[in-house]
Design a protein around this ligand. Structure first.
Ligand code: PGA
Length: 248
């Protein structure tokens, strides 16, 4: 049995207006209250605009707040950006960094991701660092090298297991309904731990990409999988909660 705590995080992406976002957060708070024996850490990552109102909803709850990105600097002339310290002000404990949608659409390279990680760490946030191979890398049998390179380059010089969660998210599995075999994920999580070095065994490594309650149940057969980063299913209280309950 692994001694790492399980973690389920919902990435709302660019979804949720004030009314719908608050109602989703409220529903989750009610479910958490009704399941006091849940031991998994539950995190929700709404868009920036909802952080403050959702933080209020979560204030009495064990559910933690996370953001979806941060800037590597603390403050400055960076129009449209948000710093890690600002996220702390909003009540965040976690921040997703290096998501493939940011690496892709915003051309974020791993050097930038490493600087974001360092900023998150300095602000006292736990970084949920996303890594994952593309379909072409998977098909050509290069997924281990691809993830290893991305991971090594995305880590700052110093980090500890306490402020790092690695989310293994094969790019081709995100939003596609196509997912790797549990044995493949298990091997990749082991590989990630090896790349992380001595702290690897203590770092939570979670899986993301088309996670459903059914998939979660089958993946939990592996003790290498410490939980899930969930996109579309996290927008549905029943679906998200079903995953949290499976994790336990
Ligand atoms: P998905 O997204 O669950 O909708 O595939 C996962 C993610 O992008 O983190």
């Amino acid at each position: 049995m692994s001694r790492r705590r399980k973690l389920v995080a919902g990435n709302w992406k660019m979804h949720g207006r004030l009314t719908s976002g608050l109602s989703l957060a409220n529903e989750l708070v009610q479910r958490m209250k009704a399941h006091r024996n849940l031991t998994t850490e539950v995190v929700i990552c709404p868009p920036f605009t909802l952080l403050w109102p959702v933080a209020e909803v979560l204030s009495e709850s064990a559910i933690k707040l996370g953001a979806q990105d941060c800037h590597p600097e603390n403050h400055g002339a960076y129009t449209g950006d948000i710093s890690a310290a600002m996220l702390v002000d909003m009540g965040c404990r976690y921040v997703i960094i290096g998501h493939s949608e940011r690496r892709g659409a915003h051309h974020e390279n791993s050097d930038l991701v490493a600087r974001k990680f360092a900023a998150a760490q300095q602000a006292g946030l736990t970084a949920i660092l996303c890594v994952g191979e593309t379909r072409a890398e998977y098909d050509s049998g290069k997924k281990n090298e691809a993830v290893e390179t991305q991971l090594r380059q995305s880590l700052p010089e110093k980090f500890t297991a306490a402020n790092l969660v690695v989310a293994y998210e094969p790019v081709w599995a995100i939003g596609s309904g196509v997912t790797p075999e549990v044995s493949e994920v298990e091997k990749m999580h082991r590989h990630i731990r090896k790349v992380l070095g001595p702290v690897g065994e203590a770092v939570q490594v979670i899986y993301g990409g088309s996670v459903t309650p059914q998939l979660a149940e089958s993946y939990l057969a592996s003790s290498e999988i410490d939980g899930f980063l969930i996109g579309s299913v996290s927008l549905n209280a029943d679906g998200f909660w079903a995953v949290c309950e499976k994790v336990g």
